[in-house]
Design a protein around this ligand. Structure first.
Ligand SMILES: Nc1ncnc2c1ncn2[C@@H]1O[C@H](COP(=O)(O)OP(=O)(O)OP(=O)(O)O)[C@@H](O)[C@H]1O
Length: 205
């Protein structure tokens, strides 16, 4: 998978969030989008994911030499983000089964293995609305990392995680990012230190 941004800009009303981004994201590499709160990291990630349109410029998605239309890109990506909600009425097991009706399982990982990965055996039949914020964040990360997609997008991946949760996040990075295009939006080094490339939103104001 290769994503090419050409002269990408986005504004809300009259305020430009970023302008003139020329950049190519390549398969097998990890990228960090960096910037202070409110600088436009999530906005750029949403534009890259095809869920928000750009105000100027063009994005191209190429998989195995074939062009993918923007409105089909969601089939090729997995996303974990604070603004993505889990279905609160579902139990953990139901959330896992529901998610994998739409995405392929990476390495055919089954629900039991996912629950073991999450270390949530005792919560597998509990509704998500009774989960702590850190537990919900772990579930979102496990769903994204364990989806078989060429693109993995992570917005503030360790929000609500304690030290053990951050170490667990690092273990997911080493196990499940091989050969994928990974983009992390962050302003915390422990979230993106594994990334080979950095993009600073402040360079595109
Ligand atoms: N739908 C919208 N309408 C108007 N302004 C918006 C909208 N979405 C975002 N913005 C503005 O765009 C700017 C960038 O927001 P964004 O959420 O992308 O920043 P961020 O770098 O991800 O911030 P944080 O680190 O706090 O998550 C902010 O000034 C925000 O108020």
């Amino acid at each position: 998978m290769k994503i090419t941004l050409a002269k990408i800009g986005r504004r809300f009303n009259r305020e430009w969030i970023f302008k003139n981004i020329d950049y190519t994201f390549e398969k097998g590499k990890s990228y960090a989008i960096l910037g202070i709160n409110g600088s436009g990291k999530s906005t750029l990630l949403q534009v890259i994911s095809g869920s928000l349109s750009q105000s100027t410029g063009e994005i191209n998605y190429i998989l195995d030499d074939k062009n993918i239309e923007t409105d089909a890109v969601f089939n090729y990506l997995a996303l974990s983000a604070p603004y993505l909600e889990l279905i609160e009425e579902f139990t953990l097991t139901e959330v896992l089964s529901f998610h994998f009706e739409f995405k392929k399982r990476l390495n055919s990982i089954n629900n039991q293995e996912l629950i073991a990965l999450l270390n949530m055996e005792s919560s597998k039949n509990k509704q998500i609305k009774y989960f702590s914020s850190g537990m919900k964040q772990r579930v979102k990360l496990a769903l994204a990392f364990c989806s078989d997609t060429p693109i993995l997008l992570l917005d503030e991946p360790t929000s609500n995680l304690d030290e053990e949760g951050i170490a667990w996040y690092h273990s997911l990075v080493s196990k499940f990012t091989n050969n994928r295009l990974v983009i992390v939006c962050s302003n915390q080094a422990h979230e993106y230190s594994f990334c080979q490339e950095q993009i600073r939103i402040s360079d595109f104001k």
